[in-house]
Design a protein around this ligand. Structure first.
Ligand code: ADP
Length: 505
């Protein structure tokens, strides 16, 4: 029997809980609840303190009044307090009675002359304390607690009898009522607090859900996007907020992906088409050799034709391989200090014979001080592709001109121009001429051989050297390929051999 133990297996319930706890909604709610809990506790404590000090302030104002009244109603005669109140006036009697509720009178040494029962439970002031208070310029107000812990507001200070003898007098008011109100408030508030936090949590959960709902819809829309509907765009909510920003960036990304997918699709179609043509031709030639050829001459002709097509096929594959190596970064440029004029002179020389054969004039104006840090092989390939096109697409009697020199408009840049008086390119085709396998299809160019890869190479070589290429062309008049790129920071003597000032046929 086999017993399978799943390492780290957790119950689906726990797993769901963990996923929820890690979720943005939960974390948003948690921070919201934490923030509000701290705020509610702080508000409660603040109100509690405010309530207490407000009520104690009222109590102190009453104590001040009573202090004044006590000094009016009490006289000290023969070291004894005498409370003078009109015994026929019940109100006065009540006031004096009230004043005598919490009080203490001692002589300057702390010997108690009279005190109330309540003051007794608070505890008499020590002689040191009495001496301290008697030494103060003004009476002092402080809080003291009795044996049961009930707080009292006490005002204590010096009073004098008619012989100007000093006595210690203390008068108090109970703060028990205030304390009860404050603790009642505290109890109710903090009992209600969990309910308020629970309410805040529910509100926070709902609010967090509401704020991340658009995220869910974006995620949902993103999940719907596959390789076949990459052009699908997530609708922008028009709020112009961070989420809209994210949606726009996402849409931009899918647009770019869609374009890349489209290019790959187009490329596959083009490659298969380009490969099929010579393959069909080879197959045709082989069929001729197999089924219809009778003489050695006919066999030979079929084989030669098949070989030509094989050659064409392998040149397509070679070019494709090189282009893909270039574009994937595998083809590393071997940059050396180069005299561009000298390189151009060599390439122009190679094209003199084909140009002459076609009845074309090929001229060059090359500034020998045109130095650049560049890959010689690639620069030669670039010039040779441009010149081969110029020769191919310029009818008999036309002219081709190559110019290499410093760029007068951009200091520190060099410029290579190849122009011809050929068939030109229609404006609608111009944006596509650098695409792989793109060839202009018209009666003038249909018979001209080509793979549609030459300008793709030119484009890659220019950008790999940090330059840019600009094309101007008008059908029937000619084309001009204008390349600009930064010059090399090299000294003239480090460059390869100097080029002639100009080369003419
Ligand atoms: P191809 O092998 O067809 O020449 P390229 O990539 O070099 O491929 O060029 C792409 C297309 O651009 C050509 O098919 C041609 O129609 C057009 N083209 C390129 N250079 C010239 C030029 N100098 N004059 C006219 N058309 C040109």
């Amino acid at each position: 029997m086999k017993i399978a133990i799943r390492a780290g297996a957790i119950s689906p319930f726990l797993e769901r809980g963990l996923r929820l706890a890690r979720g943005l909604r939960f974390r948003l709610t948690l921070s919201y609840v934490l923030f509000f809990s701290v705020l509610l506790v702080a508000i409660g404590l603040f109100f509690r303190q405010t309530l207490r000090s407000e009520m104690n302030g009222d109590e102190q104002a009453l104590l001040e009044e009573e202090w004044g009244a006590a000094k009016g109603y009490m006289r000290i005669e023969n070291q004894r307090p005498v409370w003078v109140a009109d015994s026929t006036d019940p109100e006065e009697a009540y006031i004096v009675d009230r004043l005598r509720h919490i009080y203490l009178l001692t002589d300057a040494n702390g010997y108690v002359l009279e005190n109330s029962e309540t003051y007794d439970s608070i505890g008499e002031d020590s002689p040191q304390e009495i001496a301290r208070i008697l030494g103060l310029p003004k009476p002092e107000v402080h809080i003291r607690r009795d044996k049961k812990g009930i707080p009292y507001l006490i005002k204590a200070g010096a009073v004098r009898d008619e012989q100007n003898q000093l006595y210690f007098f203390a008068l108090g008011r109970s703060l028990e009522g205030n304390e009860r109100t404050v603790s009642g408030f505290t109890r109710t508030y903090f009992l209600l607090l969990p309910a308020m936090i629970a309410l805040t949590s529910v509100a926070g959960w709902l609010l967090a859900g509401r704020s991340i709902r658009p995220l869910d819809s974006v995620a949902h829309a993103a999940q719907e996007i596959t390789g076949v509907n990459l052009s699908t765009q997530i609708p922008n909510r028009g709020a112009n907020d961070e989420l809209d920003n994210l949606i726009d960036s996402f849409n931009l990304m899918t647009r770019r992906l869609s374009q890349s997918f489209e290019q790959i699709r187009q490329f596959s179609t083009d490659v298969s088409h380009e490969l099929r043509t010579p393959l069909t031709a080879i197959r045709g030639q082989l069929e001729v050799a197999l089924f219809t050829a009778e003489t050695t001459e006919q066999y030979r002709e079929a084989m030669v034709n098949a070989l030509e097509d094989v050659e064409k096929l392998s040149s397509i594959v070679r070019a494709l391989l090189l282009l893909s190596q270039a574009e994937s970064g595998q083809l590393v440029l071997q940059k050396t200090p180069l005299n561009l004029a000298s390189v151009a002179a060599d390439v122009v020389d190679q094209f003199q014979i084909p140009a002459e054969e076609k009845g074309l004039t090929l001229t060059a104006l090359l500034d020998e001080g045109t130095l650049a840090l560049a890959d010689r092989t690639q620069i030669e390939r670039m010039l040779s592709n441009l010149l081969s096109n110029a020769v191919k697409y310029t009818p008999k009697g036309g002219s081709i001109n190559v110019r290499v020199g410093l760029d007068p408009e951009h200091t520190g840049w060099v410029r290579i121009v190849v122009e011809d008086t050929g068939v030109g390119i229609a404006p609608e085709n111009l944006p596509h001429i650098f695409d792989r396998f793109f060839r202009v299809r018209n009666p003038q160019t249909n018979k001209i051989e080509g793979l549609g890869l030459g300008l793709s190479f030119v484009s890659w070589i220019v950008s790999a050297h940090g330059g840019d290429i600009h094309v101007e062309s008008s059908p029937g008049k000619g084309s001009r390929f204008d390349i600009r790129r930064p010059a090399a920071p090299v000294a003239p003597q480090t460059a390869t051999e100097p080029a002639p000032e100009s080369v003419t046929p």
